[in-house]
Design a protein around this ligand. Sequence first.
Ligand SMILES: Cc1ncc(COP(=O)(O)O)c(C=O)c1O
Length: 395
Amino acid sequence: MYGKMKDHLSKTIAEIKEAGLYKEERLIESAQQAAITVKGKEVLNFCANNYLGLSNHPRLIAAAQKIMEHRGYGMSSVRFICGTQDIHKELEAAISDYFRTEDTILYAACFDANGGVFEPLFSEEDAIISDSLNHASIIDGVRLCKAKRYRYANADMAELEKCLQEVQAQRFRIIVTDGVFSMDGNVAPMDKICDFAEKYDALVMVDESHSAGVVGPTGHGVSEQYNTYGRVDIYTGTLGKAFGGALGGFTTGRKEIIDLLRQRSRPYLFSNSLAPGIIGASLEVFKMLKESNVLHDKLVENVNYFRDKMTAAGFDIKPTQSAICAVMLYDAKLSQVYAARMQEEGIYVTGFYYPVVPKEQARIRVQISAGHEKAHLDKCIAAFIKVGKELGVLK
Ligand SMILES: Cc1ncc(COP(=O)(O)O)c(C=O)c1O
């Protein structure tokens, strides 16, 4: 039987390759940090979600090691059977404290948090209104639920209002948005979204994966930036980006919502509990972020420095409001060639092109980190300029 399927799969893979869409994985031979080793050579990493530079932080490593001595390596259980330790509850409380919410539920990943949030809460009688650039995990989560689905163009408030007007007969309505959109680095206009939610009696959910730890005066995410505390009903987020970069996700928000998710959310009920090492290190992350804002301050300084120098050099940069700077090249092939040349110059970046971004919108997405030093940023900018001149992007 497999022979037939093997032929089919081989053909599909060949088609992906022919279209230039086959994704190769470059192997990193060091820890994840600003300077990494690839093929025995040191390069500077500008495409990790390591926004606060915590992925290889000694305090997190020590915290993970210490907690493993007391709480072990694995949980061997889902949460409700025998997979809940006191530290899982402590981390949930720390996340609620960070987002100023009533309760939090942990998942193995934010992909699971988004996959498991809609189906227990909404049914045929309800409507989900989703931004067109929302993450794949939100799209999949919505698919698993029977509610009516509506989509508005990215951050387009006129379209959102039209959707809200259309769904007034539904029992419940929810507006769902990413906090920061990962390809352009723009922030969802949460103040306006909350205004419309109140006007049309809808709930609000935001995925803080790229915004928590990054946006807002002290990096606490979109509600800090727009002062929408108390107006957002559900936040989802990841422990895999700014908050240490390992694994884990969460949903945080209204008490009754979280309560019901614990009873009914399938990725929570039927998947293993987060390992103690991750919980211990994540607790340390939230402790560090409470102690001081130095990491976030440095991130903001680095983003401003990079954006200003790149703009002055003549690059076309999407107006970033986060730690994501999209250097627009428009041409898919050029973005691949550019990224490859950057790696030769010691800078590790990735070109993004269709279908990840719209056609003729190819770019190199640069992600800035608090782990970058000025010398790293200068080296990256110099390489961008050198390659840009070589490839005719800059005059
Ligand atoms: C907006 C958004 N939501 C969810 C996820 C998934 O997060 P995790 O890696 O924790 O599954 C990502 C990761 O790329 C993301 O960018």
